[in-house]
Write a protein that binds this ligand. Structure first.
Ligand code: IPE
Ligand code: IPE
Ligand code: MG
Length: 263
């Protein structure tokens, strides 16, 4: 089969290597309990902790969580500033635990719009976990898929202008590489909680061949069982990357024969 190596590997791999989650439904969760929306965001932090621990246990390599979109600044000022305070507190409180659990933390998005204090906290948290070799945890904050692509385009333009790159030679891989350097790579499984079926400007480039899984569970209720169901759905799907089902089966059979041969 003429699939690129990375996609051949993705077909053979049962477990998703990179899971991304749109953590939606905090506000509704709180409102259902007659509480302020912020109560839902606080409860959502517990779900983040749980998801990180689950991802580590089942051997997921990268987990990318959408915490704050570039459009979320449109929310009432009070909610935005409370969310900023929550990020600050959580970063301060959790970094030691992440460090001890061998998790490498990366914040993706345009952090330049955050307060100096928050930017400093982010830098420290990233530094402190930089040498960890376990789960890569990407938190998308002030992130937008279009912003991510625009960034890559600007960098490409600079390379062309400086003569380092010929515009006729630009490949998809060049763009992927630039985006991976700054943000994250291809997603295998994209989960959205909270019942809506949209991408809300999350990882537009990186989800080109992701499997999508939508859950009605509101984010604060997203537990190991709900995460497990998403993984089970992923495992049961056939990823074809443009090929036919027969071609994929042939690739898998071939792989099985090789495994039997070396067993
Ligand atoms: C997602 O939950 C968290 C953020 C966007 C920060 P929401 O706050 O969007 O919750 P709902 O969708 O209003 O219930
Ligand atoms: C997407 O949720 C962003 C995050 C989960 C951080 P939203 O609640 O902001 O998405 P829309 O507005 O319903 O599309
Ligand atoms: Mg929402």
């Amino acid at each position: 089969m003429t699939l690129p190596e990375a996609q051949q590997a993705a077909v053979k791999e049962a477990m998703p290597k990179h899971v991304a989650i749109i953590m939606d439904g905090n506000g509704r969760w709180a409102q259902q309990r007659g509480k302020l929306r912020m109560f839902g965001h606080q409860a959502g932090v517990k779900s983040v902790r749980r998801a990180v621990s689950f991802a580590t246990q089942v051997g997921i390599q990268s987990l990318t969580l959408f915490a704050f979109s570039s459009e979320n600044w449109r929310r009432p000022e009070e909610e935005v500033s409370s969310l900023m305070n929550l990020f600050l507190t959580v970063l301060q409180r959790e970094v030691k635990k992440l460090k001890n659990n061998n998790v490498q933390l990366r914040i993706i998005g345009d952090t330049s719009r955050f307060s100096e204090k928050l930017q400093q906290r982010i830098a420290v948290a990233q530094q402190e976990t930089a040498d960890n070799t376990g789960l890569v945890l990407n938190i998308a904050a002030n992130y937008g898929g279009r912003w991510d692509m625009l960034n890559a385009c600007q960098q490409l333009c600079r390379q062309v202008k400086s003569g380092a790159l010929d515009e006729q030679q630009i490949t998809e891989q060049d763009i992927s590489t630039l985006m991976e350097e700054n943000t994250v790579g291809d997603v295998d499984l994209l989960i959205r909680t909270g019942g809506d079926h949209r991408i809300s400007n999350f990882l537009l480039w990186q989800t080109a061949y992701a499997e999508f899984y939508f859950s009605d569970v509101l984010w604060p209720d997203f537990d190991d069982d709900a995460f497990g169901k998403a993984i089970a759905a992923f495992v049961s799907r056939e990823r074809r990357f443009g090929c036919t089902g027969e071609q994929v089966q042939a690739l898998l059979n071939n792989n099985q024969q090789n495994e039997d041969h070396f067993a």
